[in-house]
Design a protein around this ligand. Structure first.
Ligand SMILES: [Zn+2]
Length: 320
């Protein structure tokens, strides 16, 4: 689970991509290079098709059979007004739902800011369209999960058994609008409404200066049986410090395998930490398919079959 879709929308997908700034531009190029695409493809008229085909090829050539593909909503302000100019990419729900109808490898995760004036209507449309999950980055989308005005939205999600994948912890690939919403404690209200919440990255810190919320996430797991985590982007240089802790009893049953494709996967720091053996490191690092590399690194660290399959327990059952 946790695989990103991006597109430039030039052939009608509805996506847009706005990469700017001294840090995001080289980072975007680096990420594309890392998954085997380049600047030429990004500029291509049919980049959206190229990206989807590339992703399908990667999953078909990997040990995984399906992936949860993520839409990405606009950023909205506290009053539910679209913040034009905020956010770095947009992927419409319709596009993800359509791709999932066309390819059995894709399971659709939609994205709806709960403050949108049409949030509940859009949620109904997406449920009808077969959504298995809802994804937001509260710190980047400007969503305070505890805002009482969102109660109805969370209640409807709980009733429909639609799980909520929420980014937690710092973020440096997408611009942050409100740093305070990186804190998993801002997910208290949806948890109390009965939504199955998956804290992406288990609330680990991303940059050196970010606060660490991993221990808060672990405390919250004890209080909320409907809270889970994912291991996406944990086999990376910046977030790997807590990866092997996710295999401990109490956590192992609650943490799901996530990729965060196209985020770069590297085992170097895991090797330095003595967690990834030298031979495993060389073998995994030589794998060009990053979906497979991420899988093989986690396997070599000791993650069991369940880590890669137990997300099925919480995905909305839509018969796929
Ligand atoms: Zn992500």
């Amino acid at each position: 689970m946790h695989v990103h879709l991006v597109g430039n929308g030039r052939q009608g997908s509805g996506c847009w991509l706005r990469v700017r700034g001294w840090w995001h531009k080289p980072l975007a190029n680096f990420m594309l290079g890392h998954i085997g695409l380049g600047h030429t493809e990004l500029q291509a008229e049919d980049f959206d098709r190229i990206y989807v085909e590339h992703l399908l090829k990667q999953v078909r050539e990997s040990s995984l059979s399906k992936l949860v593909l993520l839409a990405q909503d606009w950023v909205y302000d506290e009053n539910g007004k679209k913040m034009e100019g905020a956010g770095s990419f947009y992927v419409p729900n319709e596009y993800v739902l359509k791709l999932a109808r066309e390819h059995e490898e894709f399971l659709p995760a939609v994205s709806i800011h709960p403050g949108r004036p049409d949030a509940l209507d859009e949620l109904e449309r997406c449920l009808e369209g077969g959504a298995v999950m809802l994804k937001l980055l509260p710190n980047c989308h400007n969503v305070n999960g505890n805002d009482k005005r969102y109660t109805k939205f969370w209640e409807r999600m709980a009733q429909a058994e639609l799980p909520f994948l929420a980014h937690t912890g710092g973020e440096h690939t997408v611009p942050v609008v409100n740093e305070a919403y990186s804190d998993p404690r801002t997910l208290q209200l949806p948890l109390e409404c009965g939504v199955k919440v998956i804290a992406a990255h288990c609330a680990t810190k991303s940059g050196l200066g970010d606060p660490e919320y991993f221990h808060i996430f672990c405390e919250m797991l004890e209080k909320h049986p409907n809270l889970y985590g994912d291991s996406s982007a944990l086999a990376t240089l910046n977030r790997c410090a807590n990866l092997t802790k996710c295999m401990r009893p109490g956590l192992a049953e609650r943490v799901f395998h996530g990729s965060d494709f196209p985020v770069p996967i590297f085992g170097h720091r895991l090797k330095l930490r003595g967690e990834l053996k030298r031979d495993d490191f060389s073998r995994c690092q030589a794998i060009r398919n990053v979906i497979e590399r991420d899988y093989q690194i986690k396997r070599a660290l000791g993650f069991q079959d369940e880590h890669f399959t137990q997300v099925w327990k919480v995905l909305r059952p839509v018969g796929k």
